[in-house]
Design a protein around this ligand. Structure first.
Ligand SMILES: Nc1ncnc2c1ncn2[C@@H]1O[C@H](COP(=O)(O)OP(=O)(O)O)[C@@H](O)[C@H]1O
Ligand SMILES: [Mg+2]
Length: 243
């Protein structure tokens, strides 16, 4: 079998598995509700609908990530650059992820003086979603995820750091995790589901938007640092001539 056949087969099997799990759960809970409507109290109905909503969100994120992979490959993706405030996007993403990972605490520390950045807003949201979700996903219940911004006067970039105190990443895997389909084998990764596409897409999107991403994991803390260009006349001129 050629490498591309193998990649394609891996892709289909990962995707089928990833799609099947939430779909099975959505179907199961809808069937239960339809079959036992009169017997279920309001509390249970609400609980089931909540699961259906969460699983649908999971499907949407997955499909969005998969569409991004094909677009990244075909290089056709057009980005729509807009001057963007960091805080509202981070806060929206945190409230969505918090809903999914209720036992984690999230600490957001975005300095109100943080300069605006020049990014495609949907892509910026996708980047933050992938990183904040990973931080919650690869750490234990009751642990804290921190999101902190950094900048300096005359700096080219705003830095957004996402830290967790979870399973951690060995230094030898720092590069590998950003490649397509790669997942690091450890008891937690085996337990939680994933396609291994999130960080591949995240890195591609960050770099397409002229930013940088890096990771460091030591002393029980893992930190992803995303640098995105400050919105100024220079960066505006650059994106205008690209559009
Ligand atoms: N915050 C983190 N802490 C520890 N490991 C991580 C973290 N984020 C990502 N990883 C590792 O990198 C791998 C790739 O991440 P990603 O591309 O988002 O794929 P997925 O989450 O679907 O497995 C994960 O499977 C996990 O092994
Ligand atoms: Mg992920």
């Amino acid at each position: 079998m050629s490498d591309s056949d193998k990649n394609y087969e891996d892709f289909i099997s990962t995707v089928s598995h990833e799609l099947r799990t939430p779909l099975t759960s959505i179907r199961g809970f809808s069937q239960t509700m339809l079959a036992s409507w009169d017997k279920l109290d309001d509390e249970s109905k609400k609980k089931f609908l909540k699961i259906i909503e969460e699983q649908s969100n999971r499907l949407i994120n997955l499909v969005e990530n998969m569409l991004s992979v094909t677009k990244l490959q075909s290089e056709k993706e057009m980005l729509i650059y807009k001057e963007t405030d960091v805080a509202p996007t981070v806060n929206t993403v945190v409230s969505i992820v918090k809903n999914q990972y209720k036992t984690r605490t999230f600490e957001v520390d975005i300095n109100p003086k943080t300069p605006t950045i020049l990014v495609d807003r949907d892509k910026f949201m996708q980047i933050m979603t992938n990183l904040i979700e990973n931080a919650a996903k690869y750490s234990d219940e009751n642990s804290t995820v921190k999101i902190k911004s950094g900048f300096c006067k005359d700096c080219e970039f705003v830095s957004i750091k996402i830290s967790d105190k979870g399973v951690g990443i060995d230094e030898e895997d720092y590069e590998k995790i950003f490649t397509k389909f790669s997942r690091i084998d450890n008891p937690l990764t085996r337990k939680v589901q994933g396609s291994g596409l999130g960080l591949y897409i995240t890195k591609n999107l960050v770099e397409k938007m002229h930013g940088k991403i890096s990771v460091e994991s030591h002393d029980g803390e893992t930190t992803f640092d995303v640098l995105l260009p400050v919105c100024n006349l220079e960066t505006q001129a650059r994106t205008k001539c690209r559009q």
